[in-house]
Design a protein. Structure first.
Lengths: 115, 117
């Protein structure tokens, strides 16, 4: 069965510092990969996605993620965080060819920004 | 363009009572999803609709949960009777489905936070 692991439950970063959130997946074949952000009281918003091609993908709000097949990882990065980035971040996967399938999510990483 | 609308946003009920959640997807989105998000967890798919047909309800606890999507637009998720363990956020999402190509981005509503006392 497919699974997504986000090993860090909480991460604290100073404002202006760089950020990396980890995501590993377990799947028979490389799935489609997504990162979502959830702010308090808000719905999930898609930050970026990877299907194929360039393994470094750019998303909204200055985020990027790198797909590494050998490590089954899809880590999210941002060079300089802002206080408004404090939120819950979820990595998710969907099987290739399963265009309308539901997503399988990790447990999330709670990002805290220190002033 | 309006996003996915859910109501109510918050609901508090006593155990053994029934409860219903409503979702209005983005106009033109054929596929509708209900997810369950427990505290400190990621969302988990409960059911997926393609138009009015439930095509994946394998994770829906059918003894107490039911859902419908009449006319292939709005959807209602019901719990009867509610149990303490049902306290969670219920998220609705919609997408273009197969017409959306490989990307088929899912758009999420704000969710309904259920508290069962």
């Amino acid at each position: 069965a497919q699974s997504v692991t986000q090993p860090d439950i909480h991460i604290t970063v100073s404002e202006g510092a760089s950020l990396e959130l980890r995501c590993n997946y377990s799947y028979g074949a490389t799935p489609y990969l997504f990162w979502y952000v959830q702010s308090p009281g808000q719905g999930l918003q898609l930050l970026l996605k990877y299907f194929s091609g360039d393994t470094l993908v750019q998303g909204i709000k200055g985020f990027e993620a790198e797909f590494k097949r050998s490590q089954s990882s899809f880590n999210l990065r941002k060079p300089s965080v802002h206080w408004s980035d404090a939120a819950e971040y979820f990595c998710a996967v969907r099987r290739r060819g399963g265009g309308a399938d539901g997503l399988t999510f990790g447990k999330g990483t709670h990002l805290i920004i220190q002033p | 363009e309006a996003g996915v609308v859910q109501s109510p946003r918050y609901k508090i009920i006593e155990k053994k009572q029934p409860v219903a959640f409503w979702c209005n997807p983005i106009s033109g989105h054929n596929t509708l999803y209900w997810y369950l998000q427990n505290l400190g967890q990621g969302p988990e798919l409960l059911i997926r609709y393609e138009n009015e047909e439930a095509v994946d309800d394998s994770q829906l606890p059918k003894d107490r949960f039911s859902a419908e999507r009449l006319k292939g637009v709005d959807s209602t998720l019901k719990i009867q009777p509610a149990e303490l363990g049902d306290s969670a956020v219920y998220l609705c999402a919609s997408s273009l489905g197969l017409a959306g190509g490989p990307y088929n981005e899912q758009f999420f509503g704000p969710g309904t936070r259920l508290t069962v006392l």
